[in-house]
Write a new protein. Sequence first.
Length: 211
Amino acid sequence: MSDQGYILYGDVRSGACIVEATLAELSADYVVRSVDLGAAAQRGADYARINPQRKLPSLITPAGETLTESAAIVLTLAERYPDAGLLPPIGSPARAQALRWMLFVATELYPLVEINDYPERFAADTDSAPAVRERARSLWRERWLLVEAVIAGPWLLAEGFCITDVYIAVVSRWAQQDAWRPAHVPSIEALAGAVAGRDRIAPVWRRHFGG
């Protein structure tokens, strides 16, 4: 398959960073088309024609396929570029753990970001929105401690880097927890630093998160 012509729709610090870092790690040829979250561009009709869910990211493949859901996108890329070693071998215990923890972050942590960022969507009334946000942040911290406990160091797996490390690193930057992370999840902080320092990913990380 050709690795020419991926089109990634996203915004800085969004889930598009997971996909962009993966494409960079693969040395794939891609362009990023900005969808401004601050202006709620993802809610507009133009973007809805690409992704009816109106969420980021979306990826158009060289074959013209539209892929959504960041975990599905990176798992598809890992499958289509097996020689890149983005995941441990099929059937191995290490692969099972890589998938386990990617999907844990994708299903148990990622959804909390929307509640944290837009608590009014989930609150019964305006007055209860702050309590909804704080509950989301409490669950966020509890669940990251579960991930922290299984980090082999510096990567999730003792076998070495895999794409789950990118997923963990990016999602861990969200929910305004910068002051909490260093003292409570130092292994995740070290993992994020290791991801940020990878030669191909480093420019992507700087664009999304700075130095």
